[in-house]
Design a protein. Structure first.
Length: 95
């Protein structure tokens, strides 16, 4: 969801990018960067979207100079708030 407008992007790739950018904005407020993310959990409504989400996930972490991809779990769920297609939570560590 776009925090400024409350709008949810229509397609899963755009939702993945927006979710990752939201995570990045939150951790940057704590003085960290995307490269400090060590673990993510991705909740998806449709596991068939995994390939598209994974490609965007890979692009995001490469663009943000992550030394290697964070550990990740991906779980299919029945429903998410506001009926979005995915939700991402992240753990970042200050080095």
């Amino acid at each position: 969801m776009n925090p400024a407008t409350g709008e949810v992007p229509a397609d899963i790739v755009a939702q993945a990018r927006q979710s990752l950018e939201n995570v990045k904005a939150i951790i940057e407020k704590a003085g960290l960067t995307a490269a400090d993310i060590v673990k993510t959990t991705v909740f998806v409504k449709d596991l068939n979207d995994f390939s598209a989400v994974n490609a965007e996930y890979e692009r995001f972490f490469k663009e943000n100079n992550h030394p290697n991809f964070p550990a990740r779990s991906c779980v299919e769920v029945a429903r998410l708030p506001k009926d979005v297609g995915l939700e991402i939570e992240a753990i970042a560590v200050r080095k």
